[in-house]
Design a protein around this ligand. Structure first.
Ligand SMILES: Nc1ncnc2c1ncn2[C@@H]1O[C@H](COP(=O)(O)OP(=O)(O)O)[C@@H](O)[C@H]1O
Ligand SMILES: [Mg+2]
Length: 270
């Protein structure tokens, strides 16, 4: 992904920024990728520093260093529309190697009638649909999703929509069967800005897996070179805030609940 030839083969319609589908090729090996050129980024008043592409890569670095297994491999590199983030495609590939999109949130996050919420799922939002009918947004009680929810607290994810949760289908190579998150451009703000649909564990104790991930991430920041790797991508205040969030989680040992004041969920939810 970092060194191969990058060709753009399509555009993901409906994305808010220029989100392109690409193929990288190196020495006969091919991989489908999502390429987001910095030039295609819409300026955002609340994220004035750095680039969204840099935040995408920062999220991968934290996920990788802490063993979170949430973000697909992501690099910063040059491409046909200039420098941007390049991320491994999560989904399936058809027999010709063309990427097949997975249904966002499939089997993990959904908007449904309250009576249709599968057993064990956690309801996070209740509201009404266009015709006044009751609608809830709920998510599965799944260990990989729980880990993603905690990862989002660590990186202060301001945009965990239902459609940013993907499951790698069969034929998805390294992503097959795994639950992965995409779109981490709105993360790492120094001020609290968590907006997520994964509030289902709010107030509960962090499990052993989560505790281990926090410890490994803290170690990677202190002495594993993670702090240095993040320095060109985030501001100093943002790296300091990341470290503060991790210490607070390790002290309190609980998943946070939505803070009063700001919006706690992204919009739209999917
Ligand atoms: N790595 C990926 N693999 C598969 N699908 C992806 C990937 N990244 C994004 N997508 C799909 O493209 C949609 C738009 O991408 P997203 O990263 O959310 O762009 P934007 O920054 O414009 O919101 C996502 O909701 C998801 O369905
Ligand atoms: Mg998005």
């Amino acid at each position: 992904m970092a060194l191969g030839d990058l060709e753009v083969v399509g555009r993901i319609v409906g994305a808010s920024n220029a989100t392109l589908l690409g193929v990288v090729e190196l020495g006969g090996a091919r991989a489908s990728v999502v390429y987001k050129p910095v030039d295609g980024e819409r300026p955002l008043w609340d994220f004035p520093d750095g680039t969204l592409a840099g935040r995408e890569v920062a999220a991968w670095l934290v996920s990788d260093a802490g063993g979170w297994d949430v973000v697909p491999p992501t690099v910063l590199r040059d491409g046909p529309f200039g420098p941007g983030s390049v991320q491994q495609w999560v989904g399936a590939e058809d027999p010709d190697g063309a990427p097949v999109a997975s249904e966002p949130g499939e089997g993990l996050v959904d908007a449904l009638h309250p009576a249709q919420v599968p057993p064990g799922w956690r309801t996070v939002v209740s509201g009404s649909g266009y015709g006044g009918e009751p609608v809830v947004v709920a998510h599965a009680d799944d260990p990989a999703l729980r880990r993603m929810a905690l990862f989002d607290v660590v990186v202060n994810n301001a945009d965990r929509k239902g459609g940013h949760v993907l499951r790698g289908g069969p034929g998805a190579g390294a992503a097959a069967g795994r639950v992965l998150g995409v779109d981490h451009g709105l993360a790492f703000h120094a001020e609290p800005k968590m907006r997520t649909v994964l509030w289902g564990w709010g107030g509960e104790r962090i499990d052993r897996d989560g505790t281990a991930r926090l410890e490994v991430t803290a170690g990677a920041l202190e002495r594993g070179g993670l702090r240095e790797a993040l320095a060109p991508l985030l501001t100093r205040a943002e790296v300091a805030a990341l470290e503060r969030r991790i210490s607070a989680l390790r002290q309190r040992c609980r998943h946070p609940r939505p803070a009063p004041g700001g919006p706690a969920v992204p919009w739209p939810l999917f």
